[in-house]
Ligand binder design. Structure first.
Ligand SMILES: [Zn+2]
Length: 282
């Protein structure tokens, strides 16, 4: 599943190439993946590509309608202009293959002939044309991401105090904190020297502060390296993020902890792999 750094990476790339492009056509190949009236945005110029949590928003000049996109598990956005291609979201052969493919759900065509493909193998993702009210309603339902201004140390400490769940599961809870996925949560807890199975409300203010800082630091590293791509396609094609080269503990069970020399362990929490160092994470 694309995590916040992957979504932010494709947002930045699309923002660069889509600004000023005039949308001339939208072809919807799968009804389930697209809602709203495409006509309302045809002929308009893209002003910018924004993001809140993992929802990408494409904003147009002179109209209040916009398009919001959620990639969910397997969504991809691929922009092609001449020989140049920008691929983001879930990595798969479609990143480099011929498009449209059997996973293509919508195709946008711009006045200059360039195209934006929305692919989604499992069809959980969506693209929606929304008016201002609908967008604001959607945005309000999204909790702050860890890189938003609203995600303050106080906000975080308040959240911790309210739950007895293991800290790792709280960090992954998308109804409470936006944008953290399994990889980054494992690494942030390691960076903060906190055991993933500690009860959230057992963290003292100092630990909470340290973890707050680590979460932001790790997500920013993820964004810097363009996200992580656990897939082979990435190595084959040279596309995609490289955060996997910088994993701290994620998928490192059995290896020696660089901080204390103990062996990294793996356990399961909420069905997901948890990697931690029993030596220095307390
Ligand atoms: Zn250690």
């Amino acid at each position: 599943m694309p995590e916040l750094p992957e979504v932010e990476t494709i947002r930045r790339q699309l923002d660069e190439v889509l600004r000023g492009k005039v949308l001339t056509d939208i072809e919807v190949l799968r009804e389930k993946s697209f809602s709203g009236v495409p006509k309302r945005i045809l002929g308009f110029e893209i002003e910018e590509v924004k993001r809140r949590s993992k929802v990408i928003q494409i904003v147009f000049k002179n109209i209040e309608d916009s398009v919001i996109i959620h990639l969910k598990m397997t969504g991809q956005l691929i922009y092609i202009t001449g020989e140049k291609r920008i691929s983001g979201g879930h990595p798969s052969p479609d990143w480099v293959g011929e498009l449209p493919s059997k996973h293509t759900r919508a195709v946008w065509t711009f006045k200059d002939g360039s195209k934006l493909f929305f692919n989604d193998m499992r069809v959980f993702g969506w693209m929606r044309v929304v008016d201002k009210d609908k967008y604001e309603k959607e945005a309000k339902s999204l909790v702050p991401d860890v890189i938003d201004k609203e995600f303050t140390r106080e906000y975080f400490f308040d959240l911790l105090k309210k739950t007895k769940k293991p800290i790792k599961l709280l960090l992954l809870d998308q109804d409470k904190i936006g944008g953290l996925g399994n990889i980054y949560v494992n690494d942030a807890l390691y960076d903060a020297e906190i055991r993933p199975d500690r009860k959230a409300d057992s963290l003292n203010p100092k630990e909470s502060q340290k973890l707050h800082d680590s979460v932001i630091k790790i997500i920013k590293l993820g964004i810097k390296y363009g996200g992580a791509s656990a897939s082979n396609y990435v190595q084959v094609t040279g596309l995609g993020g490289t955060y996997q080269d910088y994993f701290l503990v994620y998928k490192k069970e059995g290896q020696v902890c660089k901080r204390c020399g103990d062996k990294i362990k793996k356990m399961k929490q909420g069905g997901r792999g948890t990697f931690y160092c029993p030596g220095c994470q307390k």
